[in-house]
Design a protein around this ligand. Structure first.
Ligand code: F6P
Length: 405
C-alpha cells in the first residue's frame, strides 16, 4: 500500500454534497493510515478574494476576470495536489465543481503522474437542494445579504455553472454517484485504482456516527390503544419529553428530525429548548403508518367491527396494506427517503436525533439492522427508552438505553 497514490477529483454543481463526501473520504482513509489531503477551491477563493466573489456575475462563464481568477485558484490547488503526492501524501482530493470539460482536461493532463478517480455527485431532490442551499448561505461570504437575496444569488451561481456542465463520460476512471441515495449510477474503472474497494464500499454505505432514535412520549390515543390520528402528549408524555431533554442536554444535537405530527414535535420541543443551537426539522417521510379506514380506532374496535381487516393483518402484518392506507411494505420507500434526508442534512454533525413513531421506528431500525421482514412489525419500540445506533463502515452498534422517566 505504501507507494500507492491517487488523485480523487470531485465533480458536480454547487450544493450536491461534494465537500461532505470529500471530508468523509478523508476521515475514512485516514483511519487506514492513508495520508489524505483535501484541496478545496471554494475555501481558497474566499481566502484570496476577501469574499468579494459572492456576486453571481463572478461565475458567469462570459466574465473574463472571474474565469481567470477561478482558473488561477484551480491551478494553485492542482499544483498543491501534485506537490503533496510528490512528497509523502497518498491521496489528494480536488474538491471543486470541475464541471467543465476544459477544466477536467487540464487536470487529466497536469496530474498524469498517478491514477485519477473522478467522482461526480448528482442530486436533484428539490427539498434537499433547498436545505443544502440554506446551509450554504450561512457561510460568512453571504453575511451582507438577507437570507432571501442570498438564496437567489446562490441559485444564480448554480445556473452559471449549469451553462458549462458536462457529465463524466470519457474519463478513464469514474463513478457517478447519486449523493442522496448513495447509489452508483454509472461506474467506469479502467486502471488499477489504489484503495478503490474501500472507497467504493464507503460511498455506498449509509453512515451514522450517533443516531438517537426516540419514540414520541405517551399520547391520549396511546392510553386508549387507538391508532393513527394526531393526538397530543399526556402529562406523562410531557414528563417523558422533559426527561429526554435532561438526558441529552450535554450532547450537542444540531438537528432533531420529527414527523409532521403533533406528538413527535411536542416531544422534540423540550429537547430543543435545552440545546444551544438546535433546529427541529419535521419531515412527512417520518409520519406514522396511515391506517386508512382504521384511523383513530382502537385495536379492539377493529377486531369487533372489521374482523376481516384484523385477521388479514394478523396473518401477514408486514405486507398487509390498510384499505385507503398503508402497510409496512409500502412505507419502506418513504422511510428510506427520510433517513437519507436526515443523514444528508445532518452530515456535518456527530449526533443525529429522530423522534418518530412505533411503525416508523421499526422501519428505521430495520434499515440499519437486518431483520426478516415478517419480524419487523413486532420490533420492540418502547416509550421509556431509546435506541442509540452507530453504523459506520467499521462499526455497528445498537443499544437500547433508558433515560430517566
Ligand atoms: O399505537 C400507536 C401506533 O403508533 C399507531 O398510530 C400505529 O398504527 C401503530 O402504532 C403501529 O403499530 P402496529 O403496526 O403494531 O399496529
Amino acid at each position: 500500500m505504501k507507494n500507492k497514490k491517487l488523485y480523487i477529483v470531485m465533480v458536480g454543481l454547487p450544493a450536491r454534497g461534494k465537500s461532505t463526501i470529500a471530508r468523509k473520504l478523508k476521515e475514512n482513509l485516514e483511519k487506514d493510515n492513508v495520508r489524505t489531503r483535501i484541496f478545496n477551491n471554494g475555501d481558497l477563493r474566499r481566502r484570496l478574494s476577501g469574499e468579494e466573489t459572492w456576486r453571481p456575475e463572478f461565475y458567469d462563464p462570459k466574465n473574463k476576470e472571474g474565469v481567470a481568477l477561478r482558473e488561477k485558484i484551480a491551478m494553485i490547488n492542482i499544483n498543491g495536489a501534485k506537490k503533496y503526492l510528490g512528497g509523502n501524501g497518498q491521496v489528494a482530493i480536488l474538491d471543486a465543481t470541475n464541471v467543465s470539460q476544459a477544466r477536467r482536461e487540464k487536470i487529466i493532463a497536469l496530474l498524469d503522474d498517478h491514477p485519477q478517480l473522478f467522482i461526480e455527485c448528482i442530486n436533484d431532490d428539490e427539498d434537499i437542494l433547498e436545505a443544502s442551499i440554506l446551509r450554504k448561505v450561512s457561510l460568512s461570504e453571504f453575511n451582507r445579504l438577507d437570507k432571501h437575496t442570498a438564496i437567489s444569488v446562490f441559485k444564480q451561481r448554480i445556473r452559471y455553472y449549469q451553462q458549462i456542465y458536462s457529465h463524466l463520460k470519457n474519463e478513464r476512471n469514474f463513478v457517478k454517484l447519486h449523493s442522496l441515495h448513495n447509489q452508483i449510477l454509472e461506474e467506469e474503472i479502467r486502471d488499477n485504482i489504489p484503495f478503490y474497494s474501500r472507497i467504493r464500499d464507503f460511498i455506498v454505505t449509509d453512515t451514522v456516527k450517533n443516531l438517537f432514535l426516540i419514540r414520541h412520549g405517551e399520547t391520549f390515543f396511546n392510553l386508549e390503544d387507538r391508532i393513527g390520528g394526531d393526538s397530543g402528549l399526556t402529562e406523562k408524555g410531557n414528563a417523558q419529553a422533559k426527561a429526554l431533554a435532561q438526558h441529552f442536554k450535554t450532547r450537542k444535537i444540531p438537528y432533531i428530525f420529527t414527523s409532521k405530527m403533533k406528538r413527535t414535535i411536542q416531544t422534540a420541543n423540550p429537547i430543543k429548548r435545552l440545546q444551544k443551537d438546535c433546529a427541529i426539522i419535521a419531515l412527512k417521510e417520518f409520519d406514522e403508518i396511515d391506517s386508512g379506514v382504521c384511523e383513530c380506532m382502537s385495536y379492539e374496535e377493529i377486531r369487533r367491527e372489521m374482523p376481516e381487516v384484523y385477521s388479514r393483518r394478523k396473518q401477514d402484518k408486514y405486507n398487509y396494506i390498510y384499505p385507503d392506507g398503508e402497510g409496512y411494505v409500502s412505507m419502506k420507500k418513504r422511510i428510506d427517503m427520510g433517513i437519507k434526508k436526515a443523514i444528508y442534512l445532518a452530515s456535518n454533525s456527530q449526533n443525529i436525533m429522530i423522534v418518530g413513531h412505533q411503525a416508523v421506528n421499526r422501519m428505521i431500525l430495520s434499515h440499519f439492522l437486518y431483520r426478516r421482514t415478517e419480524d419487523v412489525p413486532y420490533i420492540y419500540i418502547p416509550q421509556d427508552k431509546y435506541y442509540h445506533i452507530i453504523a459506520t463502515q467499521d462499526k455497528k452498534l445498537f443499544q437500547l438505553r433508558r433515560y430517566k422517566d
